[in-house]
Design a protein around this ligand. Structure first.
Ligand code: MGD
Ligand code: MGD
Ligand code: SF4
Ligand code: MO
Length: 778
């Protein structure tokens, strides 16, 4: 055995990006260990520790592959080709399609940077998409981060931020399980609890932090919006809300005309009712409190002959309908728990919160996000110490190329006409919109797909439909580590390096200001298998062949890196000499909305410059201006409607610690822990169906059925089943049996969802409150 070398790095496999020490012997990665000196290096999860199995996996792709058999053939007839041939062909085909049909005929897919190492490359990949002139990126954002990052901006003008774990008095986790999904957050939450912070978890499942929480609320899946309104109602009815914050910093005081729901304006100014002078006054850049104005938040007024009410009154009346009894009936959360949660939130301020896919994967997710954001606004903790913070970032120039997007390019994004405020506004196409355009050719037909990762057949709902759409494409390129069901449909497959095999720059690790300050250039510690290359290298090569070298630093990634670092006064050489990273000093400022800006204050980046209690933007688009709750809808039965009684159980899903999405089933140490797909259910429900502990069961929806093992969970509602998604390898890890992504014999959760109903604003399909039934399968 040679001498082991130890290299600083960070694990890029998920959002946590844990600092680590990579242990290398004779060119092989043999272990990955925590790096306690790193802002996120205190712990590693099993996936990070299993990295050597990933890096040196015998099934890694090693050479570019070309399909020689037609799509649909059982064997694609892969033939190894050289990189030049592959890249020349891709550039040639893309250029030809763009010349004939416009660059919008080429769709790109980008795998999630929260559950893969795509975070190493995404800026450059996005730059390629934008510079090429493409209008559509399949990015799973509607299933993943869009609500917390973009829907929240309808209320606060920016994304959810992160809770100030170290100073919060209360932490509210809503459909987010950091123990599984974000180790560094899980760790900070545990520390916060240890120093006495209170914790409230809203999750139908008692998992992760819910186990030790002060309060665990378990709503029926998809009823979160009603719960948020019911909680707000308790605070409003009892006067427990930060009235001063709302009066100065929200549009709650703005008068809304009864006639059309629009804000009352005088010239360019909004009006509020001043209780001090008993008349309507125009709001200007100054705060009401600075002008001695006492804005009304409730009541009805007549101004210039128009009947009107403050925006806040609309919200209050909406919430008033959500009495504890009605909320309890709608959500299944007992009224006492609703009151207890409201009290805990208020009494232990400042509060921080986080919500993720438990909230997002629903067909009512956008308004649920609004309802939760407004509940949070009532507490007055926004961007305050102990509240949700917008963290500082090192001032490196952005290279993702947003400035390259033309208005015409953006206007062509599929889904923009149907959902102008949704992901399409950012250039992201939903899976369903992509399929529809391929099927109908309207408004135009996507002809090619260039995918940087993504296992669409497993991660998107309705894989049968998606498979037909992918096979209808003229040209499909997939950059991958492994031959997945999705890659198997491609014309060309490109082998990519794992994060231990290429260099990557990380600007900040998000833990307090010290974490944000850390700039690290992770060094490769192993050679890529065969000819695998990094996504970044592929992007620069393609950009050069597409004549875009001018937008790509002459086609040289090193120059791109130098450019980014020069703004920080750093060079690649300096960072390479300091593999643990260097700090770029930053300052954490609080309540940035109150900072002076021009004549007034910075405010919030919304239409009204205030926290939007009432969204006139939504009203103009035909959506509820205050977040009325609409129950989620189950997918229709194939070929007509089935009787409701046929599908008596609710089906939801959650992630598991051992795997990310459809990945990692082939890593033996992880697979040993979780050998087969499981579904949690109440033992009483299992007993009623003759299903034994750990026994096999059929999980069936109107669209299909999968066979999974029963995992008993006595704390789960008896009418709920929570399954795992992403399974397609079910044999032993050494020789993984491959299952189809859909059809008989599949184990993929998403095959249970055919054309599920989608959120009217974001297009998020309902993945987590479906109707199902179960039967013993032994
Ligand atoms: N180990 C691991 N870590 C990951 C990933 C992974 O695949 N595996 N993926 C990464 C990515 S891309 C993401 S987006 C994040 C996701 O991170 P999270 O969203 O935190 O992860 P999930 O487990 O998908 O969902 C969180 C919780 O939502 C609950 N839930 C289900 N239905 C509902 C509902 O209707 N209402 C509420 N309130 N809760 C509900 C589930 O029981 C689950 O505990 O994780 C990232 N980290
Ligand atoms: N039912 C259900 N469906 C879901 C979810 C759910 O909770 N329930 N979660 C949703 C969420 S939050 C998300 S983000 C999506 C994720 O959807 P996807 O982005 O499709 O994620 P994966 O299924 O993990 O597929 C990622 C693929 O990229 C490859 N890969 C990994 N790293 C790299 C890399 O660095 N470069 C390249 N080129 N390829 C790489 C992997 O080998 C893998 O095949 O799934 C969504 N789908
Ligand atoms: S939580 Fe696990 S997979 Fe995610 S970055 Fe940390 S070690 Fe890697
Ligand atoms: Mo995600």
């Amino acid at each position: 055995m040679g001498k082991a070398e130890r290299h600083h790095g960070f694990c890029a496999l998920c959002r946590s990006r844990c600092g680590c020490i990579n242990v290398v012997e004779e060119g092989r990665l043999v272990a990955v260990e925590p790096d306690p000196g790193h802002p996120t290096g205190a712990h590693l999860c099993a996936k990070g520790r299993a990295a050597p199995e990933l890096v040196h996996h015998p099934e890694r792709l090693t050479r570019p592959l070309r399909r020689t058999a037609p799509k649909g053939a059982a064997d694609p007839g892969w033939r190894e080709i050289g990189w030049d041939e592959a890249l020349d062909e891709i550039a040639g085909r893309l250029a030809a399609i763009a010349a004939e049909s416009g660059p919008q005929a080429v769709t790109f897919a980008i795998t999630t940077p929260s559950g893969t190492a795509m975070s190493d490359h995404i800026d450059w990949v996005e730059r390629l998409v934008r510079a090429f002139g493409a209008s559509n990126t399949l990015y799973a954002t509607e299933l993943c981060n869009w609500h917390k990052d973009h829907a929240t901006a309808f209320t606060f003008g920016e994304g959810v931020g992160v809770p100030d774990f170290e100073r919060a008095g209360c932490l509210l986790l809503w459909g987010h399980n950091p123990s599984t999904a974000w180790l560094a957050h899980g760790q900070r939450l545990a520390e916060a609890r240890a120093r006495g912070a209170r914790v409230i978890v809203v999750d139908p499942r008692r998992a992760g932090p819910a186990v030790k929480a002060d309060l665990w609320l378990a709503p029926r899946p998809g009823t979160d919006g009603a719960l948020a309104l019911g909680l707000a109602n308790r605070l409003l009815e009892t006067g427990r809300f930060d009235r001063d914050f709302l009066a100065d910093w929200s549009n709650g005081p703005f008068l809304v005309r009864e006639a059309d729901g629009r804000f009352l304006r005088r010239g360019a100014h909004y009006l509020c009712w001043d209780e001090a002078s008993g008349q309507a006054v125009a709001l200007d850049g100054r705060l009401p409190s600075e002008r001695g104005v006492a804005p009304a938040l409730d009541g009805s007024y007549e101004v210039d002959g128009e009947a009107c009410r403050p925006a806040f009154d609309h919200y209050r009346r909406l919430c008033a309908g959500w009495t504890p009894e009605r909320t309890a009936a709608a959500t299944g959360v007992p009224a006492e728990q609703i009151e207890a949660a409201a009290s805990l939130l208020w009494d232990s301020r400042p509060a921080g919160y986080y919500a993720w896919t438990g909230l997002g994967q629903h067909d009512n997710a956008t308004q649920t996000d609004r309802a939760l954001a407004l509940l949070y606004a009532l507490l007055g903790s926004y961007d305050a110490p102990g509240g949700n913070l917008q963290l500082p970032a090192v001032p490196a120039p952005a290279v993702a190329g947003r400035e390259l997007v033309t208005p015409e390019q953006r206007a062509r994004t599929l889904g923009l006409a149907e959902r102008p405020l949704g992901p399409a506004a950012g250039g992201w196409v939903t899976g369903a919109d992509f399929c529809r355009a391929v099927e109908t050719g309207a408004p135009y037909r996507p002809r090619a797909l260039v995918a940087f990762g993504s296992n669409l057949l497993l991660s998107q709902p309705d894989p049968a439909r998606l498979s037909r759409a992918l096979q209808a494409l003229e040209f499909h390129v997939q950059a991958e580590l492994f031959m997945t069901p999705t890659a198997a449909l491609a014309d060309l497959v490109l082998p990519v390096s794992s994060p231990w095999e290429h260099e990557a720059l990380r600007l900040g690790f998000g833990r307090l200001v010290e974490g944000c300050e850390r700039v690290q250039l992770r060094r490769p510690v192993a050679a890529p298998p065969g000819e695998a290359r990094s996504d970044t290298a592929i992007v620069f090569e393609l950009a050069t062949r597409l004549g875009l070298a001018n937008s790509f630093f002459g086609g040289d990634p090193e120059e791109g890196l130098r450019h980014r670092l020069s703004a920080l006064g750093l060079t690649p050489e300096e960072l390479r000499a300091r593999p643990e990273g260097l700090p770029v000093p930053l300052e954490q400022r609080f309540r940035k909305y109150a900072e002076p800006a021009g004549e007034g204050r910075r405010g919030f980046a919304t239409e009204t410059g205030r926290v939007e209690v009432y969204s006139e933007l939504f009203l103009r688009h035909g959506y509820d201006p205050v977040p009325a709750f609409r129950p989620s809808r189950a997918a229709p039965a194939r070929g007509g409607s089935a009787a409701r009684g046929d599908w008596p159980l609710t089906l939801s899903c959650a992630k598991v610690t051992q795997f990310c999405h459809s990945q990692h089933r082939n890593l033996p140490s992880l697979r040993r822990v979780l050998p087969e797909p499981r579904a949690e259910l109440n033992p009483a429900t299992a007993a009623a169906h003759g299903i034994a502990r750990d026994g096999w069961l059929w999980l069936e929806t109107a669209a299909g059925r999968i066979r999974v093992r029963a995992a008993f969970n006595p704390q789960l509602r008896p009418d709920l089943v929570v399954a795992q998604f992403g399974w397609w390898l079910t044999g032993r890890a050494a020789e993984p049996e491959r299952h189809p992504a859909f059809g008989e014999g599949t184990v993929s959760y998403n095959a249970l969802l055919a054309d599920p109903p989608a959120d009217p604003i974001s297009g998020a399909p309902n993945l987590r409150s479906q109707s199902c039934r179960i039967a013993a399968a032994e």
